[in-house]
Ligand binder design. Sequence first.
Ligand SMILES: O=P(O)(O)O[C@H]1O[C@H](CO)[C@@H](O[C@H]2O[C@H](CO)[C@@H](O)[C@H](O)[C@H]2O)[C@H](O)[C@H]1O
Length: 679
Amino acid sequence: MSPTTDRTGLEGGVGRIPIMDVQPVVDGGRFPASCVEGETITVGANAFREGHDAMGVHAVLLGPDGAEQRVPLASVNPGLDLWEAEVRPDRIGHWSFRVEAFSAPYESWAHTAEVKIPAGIDVDLVCAEGAKVLARVLTEVEDGTRPRTDAPVVQAALDSLRAPGLPAAARVAPALAADLRALLALRPLREGVTVAGPYRLIVHRRRALYGSWYEFFPRSEGARFDPEQGWVSGTLRTAARSLERIARMGFDVAYLTPIHPIGTTFRKGRNNTLDPRPGDPGSPYAIGSPDGGHEAIHPDLGTLEDFDTFVGRARELGLEVALDIALQCSPDHPWVREHPEWFTVRADGTIAYAENPPKKYQDIYPLSFESDYEGLYAAIRDLLEHWVAHGVTLFRIDNPHTKPVRFWEELLAEFDEKHPEVVFLAEAFTRPTMMHTLGKVGYHQSYTYFTWRETAADLREYLEELVEAAPYMRPSFWPTTHDILTPFMTSGGRRAFALRAILAATLVPTWGIYSGYELVEDVPRPGAQEQIDNEKYEYRPRDFTGALTDGTSLEPLLSDLNRIRREHPALQTLRTIRFHETDDEQVLAFSKHLDAAASGTGALDTVLVISLTAHDRDAWTTVHLDLLALGLDPEEPVAFEVEDLLTGERFTWGPDPYVILSATDRPAHVLRIIHPEES
Ligand SMILES: O=P(O)(O)O[C@H]1O[C@H](CO)[C@@H](O[C@H]2O[C@H](CO)[C@@H](O)[C@H](O)[C@H]2O)[C@H](O)[C@H]1O
C-alpha cells in the first residue's frame, strides 16, 4: 500500500485533500479485502478539505485484466465527511482500488453563481470567473484528457458568459444547465488531486459466499447389518445414490467426512470409548493404515475410480463435492514410519496424541511443522492437489487453528494462484482472533458461533459483528454438526430443529446441515454436547424415505428453504442485512434488500424474516419496520403486500404489523415484499 500522495504534500502526509478511513481495507492494507464476483460492496472514505469550496471523491478500480473503472463517491452524511459508492467487481481475481479526492472548481463556481447572480452581486466578476473555469475544461479537450464531444456544450456556455449584453440570469444559464452539469459530474474538472491507495481486493467465485451444504459419512449410506458378517460398510457407489435426494432438497455441496483408510492402533469404539469391539469401524478422522494415508481411499468405500464416478454423478446433479481434510495421523499412517520428523517425539520416545482441549483424540498424532516445514508443506500441498485433480472443489479443513497460521497463509496463496476456484472452509471453533486471522490469510469461509447464539439480542449482535468482518471472513451457519448438539437442540425436538434451520438458512448466505437433521436426531450422549451413538464411531444408516412417508421428516422444510434461497438473491448476501425492532425480545426481525441492478434479475428483491428465537413459546407481537431498509418509501401512505414464501399466504401490511408466531406451526414468517411497481 502506498501512502496518500499528491504533488504538493509531504510524502506519507495527509496530502492536499485528506482521505481517511478508507474501506474496505483490512488491517491498514496488510491483508487484501475480499468479496465474490458480482457482489455489491461499499467503497468509502472520510474525505474533507479546509474551507467551503466544493470537492469530489472517486474510487478507481483496477481489474485483473488491467482495465480501470472510475466510480464517483457520494457524500452520504452531508455536513460531515463520509463518501461512499457501491461497486460490483464482476470477475474473479486480484483487483485493487484507490480513492482520489479533489477540489472541484466548477462546482465551487456554480454554487457562487447560484447565490450571487439572482442577488445581482458581482455579476461581471462571477461571469469572468466562470469563463476561466470553462476555458480550463476546453484546454482538457485540446490536450486529449477529455473527449471532443464535450467541447460544443462547454464552448456555448463559455460564449454566453462572455456576452455582456445578455441579462445576468440568461448569461449564466447555459453554464448552470443540466447538460453541462452532467458532463462535468461525469468528468469533473479536478484540482489538488490526492490519492489514497492502491488497496488490494481479491474477488472469489460466488460459491465462496453462497451455498447450501449437506454433510454426510459415506460409509453410512447403504451400510447394512448382516447377521452372518456383522456390519457391512456403505461404499462410494451406494453413497452416490444419496446424492439424488440431497440435490432434490436443493443443496449445492455434498460434503464428505474423511474417506481415507482408518488406523487400528488406539482405535476408538462406540460412543468415544477407548476399547473398540471387533467390527467397530473407528473414527474416519483417525487417518492412515497400511492401506495408505491422505491420498488413499478406505478399501471399504471403494476405489479412486469409484470416487471419480461419485464426483461425476454429483456434477450431473448440480452438486459440488467438498472433502474433509484432517491433517493428523493415526499411528498406522505411512507418514509415521516414513517421516518421523513430522511428529514431535517426547523425551521418552513416544508421540503425544492430539488434543483440542478439553477434547482428547487418543487415536491420532498431531503433525509438527517445526523440523521439516518444507517437506510437510509439499506433502500437504500434493495431497490437496491430488483431490483437486479428482474433482474436489471445496475443502472443509479440520481444526486449522492447530496448525501454524503462516502455513495457511503460504498454502492458500499458492492455491489462490493455481486453483482460484477451490474454496477452503475453516473448521476453527476457537478464539475470535485466530478465526479472523485465518480469514485474513485466505480462508474463504469459516464455521461460526451461530450454534451457541440463541437469543434475538445475541443473534443480532453476532450478525452485526460478522457484517463488520465481511471484508475478510465469510460465515457458515450450522445448527448442528457431527460434533455439536447443543442443549437448545436436545430440549426442543422438531420445533428447535425447524427454527434453527430457518434462521441459519436466512441469516447468512452459506449454511449447512449434518445428515440426520431431517430426522431430528436430538439425543445427546450423557455428559456430552454431541449425539449418542455418534456416527463418528459406528455406521448409521437412516430411513429417510420412511420419515418422509410418515410425515416426520424435515425434508420438505429444508427443500423450501433452499428453494427460497435460490429464488431470492437477497438471501445470498450478508452485507445487506438490516434489523427491525420488535416488541418481543424473543422475536428477531431482519431483512435483506437488493436493488434491481444488484439482484441480477432486473427486479428489486427484498426478503423479510420475522422469527421466534425460543422453541418453547409462541409470540404475538408488533414489529416496527424500517421501511427504507425494505426499499419502501416512508413518505408515502404505506400499505404494502407481503407474501410468505413458506406458506404462500399474502398479507397487506403497514409499517408496524402485528404478527402471531407459533413454535409448533409457524416459527417464522419468511416474506417477500411485493413492491408497488410489481403489484
Ligand atoms: O476438534 P473439533 O471438535 O473441532 O472436531 C473435529 O476434529 C476432531 C479431530 O479430528 C474430530 O474428532 C473425531 O476424530 C478424532 C480422531 O479420530 C477422535 O479422537 C474424536 O473422538 C472424534 O470426535 C471431529 O470429528 C472433527 O469434527
